[in-house]
Design a protein around this ligand. Sequence first.
Ligand SMILES: [Zn+2]
Length: 401
Amino acid sequence: MNKIELKSLLTDQALGTPAGRIVRTLSERGSLSAAQLARLTGLAKSTVSTALSELRRADMVVEVGSDSGGSVGRPATALTLNPRAGTCIGVLVGQTEIQVIVADVSHTVLSDHSVSLEPDYPPEQAQDIVRQMIAEAYAGQWHSPAGLLGVGIALGGPVNPINGQVLRGGLPRWVGRDVRAMFGPMFDAPLFFDNESNCAAIAEMTWGAAQGHDDFIVLTLDLGVGGAIVSGGKVMRGIAGGAGEFGHVVIDPDGPLCRCGNRGCLEVYANFRPYLAEAEERFGEPLRVNDVVRRALDGDAVCGALIARAGEAGGRGLGLIGSVFNPSLVVIGGRLAMAGDMLMSPLSQSFERYSLIKREDVPEEARTVLKRSHFSENGACMGAVGLVLRHRRHETAMHLN
Ligand SMILES: [Zn+2]
């Protein structure tokens, strides 16, 4: 099998050919039957069949057993890209952590590691850590970086899709730096990048709570407040990469200073930092968001109450989002979502209170559904892998070496 060939079949030019469309669809979706491929590519079944025969002969596409799924009758054979055809790297450059996931093109995660960092760590440190973590990820397994199809970077802040420049709002010491210049030269493969909320949206769409949904909103509740807008199966990025930054909608211009430089942003009221500080004071020890969530789930009333208050505040923000988009689905992400109903219940009550359109006003099918993120902690980084698997030059920021 020819790795160059897979790379070439993932290019936009190849989308004009049946093989290119099939390879791209399999890359995006993982495993599919021939019938699903015909439906998703819009190609005739006979065309799909001919192209699949060629792709299987070239060892580019393989069968992955039967996709029984409890269905009656002869199960359709699921097809996937040959796992040996190549790997993708997803990197999360978060506010207090760096995570690296290596996956193959059949969507199997080969390695997943993360390190915690002090807030406001310098970009140079991130470069060193990413380089080292990737080398470690490939050590000791038969996959080699030679088959790398692309690298996706999920950034803990907004980034300009045109010039790769990090914008204010997430990583203060990174503002003005060019993601492409920082990470591009490290790899002999295309680099894709987006902010972590948009990446989380891609992960939810590909593997999570938004599978099968082409239109939805993501709201992330964590130390920061983030969001993403997906419309027609595409992540809306905005002209400068600032779309979906719900955390920085100004609620009160005279409010407290936000880390973005404005005052009274939604994030100031709905982020978890003050609640975390309250918990630390109460317990007299340094805590992470996960610790508070775990204690709440273990029955600690103080931590439970803090999460409920954060949910109430988040619901106010969600009311605002509801009035702008009236979405069919909102996926709630961030580490607070791991608290399950302890967060979701006060959040939905608060959302209902601050929404223009009340549940009782509309039939069941016209009500906004709130779902908890499928991913606990690695959603954004998996989304970075998804950036590579989707390979969409026009949807996401991309830099070709
Ligand atoms: Zn702000």
